[in-house]
Design a binder for this molecule. Sequence first.
Ligand code: FAD
Ligand code: NAD
Length: 471
Amino acid sequence: ASEAEEKDLVIIGGGVAGYVAAIKAGQSGLKVACIEKRGALGGTCLNVGCIPSKSLLNNSHLYHQILHDTKHRGIEVGEVKINLQAMMQAKDTSVAGLTKGVEFLFKKNNVEYIKGTGAFQDEHTIAVNLIDGGETTVRGKNILIATGSEATPFPGLTIDEKKVITSTGAIAMTEVPKKMVVIGGGIIGLEMGSVWSRLGSEVTVVEFLGQIGGPGMDAEVAKQTQKILAKQGMKFKLNTKVTKGDMEGETVTINTEAAKGGKEETLDADVVLCAIGRRPYTNGLGLENIGLETDDRGRLIIDQEYRTKIQHIRAIGDVTFGPMLAHKAEEEAVAAIEYLTKGYGHVNYGAIPSVMYTHPEVAWVGQSEEELKSAGVKYKVGSFPFSANSRAKTNLDTLGFVKMLSDAETDRILGIHIVGPNAGEMIAEGVLAIEYGASSEDIARTSHAHPTLSEAFKEAAMATYDKAIHY
Ligand code: FAD
Ligand code: NAD
């Protein structure tokens, strides 16, 4: 970038929010530059989040299945062992392919990729500390902040990403720890806990609340999921808060206490994973130079068009409000560019799915029973177990159920909650239903191929407005 040149749009951060916005802006004919400090595009999601964690989840599941779930299928295997280095390499290959793919898309869509750390000099000028040395400035008529989030540290525990780790350490361990304690039974704790438990670690999850799954998971689903994960070998301590952690030689000692006061306990571990949530990341961004402030949780404050109080500066993704999910960031990226180029955009925050990629998977969209109850909404419930679905039975993969919640009066679908095989793909049908304002009867009267897992979805809909056939 040269100092003289002014872009239509400068994006700070090349994560899912930033890179999607950059491509969309390029496609819309804007002169756009995207500044990324990591040395690779794709942000947390591609480099240290969604993609590497799913690679390890997939391959550790395969290993676990070969060990425990093939004999009764008529497949007998010889010696099975893990080559952790090769498993990590497979993950790295997937990550590298995808991040390079984004770089290619930047070229294709005329996005200038600036490798460095950006900071506001003034409301239109970003100073960039280049990765390869030196500095430059880039000016933008418009600026989009997409700097993402970072793991919330646990007070008193120093993260070294070896013994005391965040998810970033959890996707890069060089050996399987004998004992692992996970602080926080949310999505990261359960996904990464699953990976290492399958690979042989003794995993204990300590969760402050009375249920696992983090915010938004339906209580009945959370309970069932906990049972299934416990059967797979994970241990849970709910209603328990971690008060302190200490390193003693090779061992990390964790002190816990019953959440409502009282019973204290000490847990020893070779590795402790801190997974108590993530917080917006704006360090070193120079917000003070332009008078932009964040709220008490570090989030940039924006209006419905993603504008900060400085109208030409917008913010999207993890750095602002809403669930910290890649597909939410992606929706906002497209909408923000549409607001910029056309004056209108659209994200339906009531129809953003959540998926936890354990086995079985957990997926939901819309409201949980608890949310409907506390809002005083009258609703109907229909559910259908995978143990009554022909394909799940054929596949010997029958744990879980589909639960549908619809308005008691209008039958409009208000929430769908699935724990079961392929839940993450199946929820797309639920998202579409909510997006189009479908009733449970609409789904029940729609033909679903036989024999498929999605028939469980249809039968849950039948059970919501009438009766299921097979249960
Ligand atoms: P980020 O991806 O964090 O990107 C921000 C980028 O900005 C970073 O690359 C950073 O280096 C860069 N940056 C920051 N400051 C500057 C600066 N001053 N100058 C230049 N560059 C800067 N979500 C899902 O939907 N599905 C999943 O399966 C899933 N799995 C996850 C697993 C893990 C272990 C983690 C940690 C997260 C996961 N997430 C998942 C969440 C998902 O990764 C985030 O919601 C998503 O990455 C948010 O995108 P973003 O672009 O807002 O932020
Ligand atoms: P989370 O908010 O999902 O869960 C954190 C959990 O830690 C909560 O259940 C909370 O009650 C608990 N907790 C907090 N303090 C505690 C303490 N002192 N002791 C015990 N428990 C405590 O956060 P996360 O799992 O760290 O994930 C961070 C973000 O990343 C989430 O927004 C999530 O959506 C996103 N993510 C998504 C996926 C996915 O979509 N599959 C995967 C990984 C991460």
